[in-house]
Design a binder for this molecule. Structure first.
Ligand code: FES
Length: 176
């Protein structure tokens, strides 16, 4: 077991970039647990986070109670409508437009892509934590790259390794 690899969500960065007071935390499936510790940190910093968690079906919903105990506004979505809002996390994010000023997201790539597009549309900053299959976990195999918005001297897109450069990236530095 290799642990302690890569980076994590950065709470200080939120103040550096936007002085955000109302961060939105969006998690999909197994992207839920990383948001829990983050949510507690944000509350300790006197922020007012909202949380949206998305699952396929009611039987897969977990940690709802844990977030409720924190006392934060929480929306659960299920793709089949068996619990909470029917649909995907974006169905719960769109109605909140104007009520958040920074986004933390963790989940599968299609979810990140959809949330990223909403951030781009509103010019909102955030941090996205990527899920990826990792063969080595230490930056050697290049099996986990994602595209960044950074270009090299020849205008070629720079790739980043999710295992060592991430898994958390600034929303504006990645192409999803
Ligand atoms: Fe090998 Fe990331 S898993 S470089």
């Amino acid at each position: 077991l290799l642990t302690g690899l890569g980076n994590g969500f950065d709470v200080d960065r939120l103040d550096e970039v936007t002085a955000s007071q109302f961060p939105l935390l969006v998690g999909g499936g197994v992207g839920t647990p990383p948001l829990y510790g983050l949510c507690k940190k944000l509350l300790a910093e006197c922020k007012e986070p909202r949380v949206i968690l998305g699952f396929n079906t009611a039987a897969e919903v977990f940690w709802q109670r844990e977030f409720e105990v924190l006392g934060v506004p929480l929306t659960v979505t299920t793709a089949d409508g068996t619990q909470g809002v029917k649909g995907f996390v974006t169905d719960a994010v769109v109605p909140l437009e104007g009520k958040y000023d920074y986004v933390y997201a963790c989940g599968p790539e299609p979810m990140l892509r959809a949330v990223h597009a909403l951030c781009e549309k509103q010019d909102i900053h955030g941090q996205f934590s990527f899920e990826e299959r990792m063969a080595c976990g230490v930056g050697a195999c290049l099996g986990c790259v994602c595209k960044t918005t950074k270009k090299d001297a020849h205008s070629h897109v720079n790739n980043a390794r999710i295992c060592t450069d991430g898994p958390v990236f600034e929303a504006k530095e990645v192409e999803i």
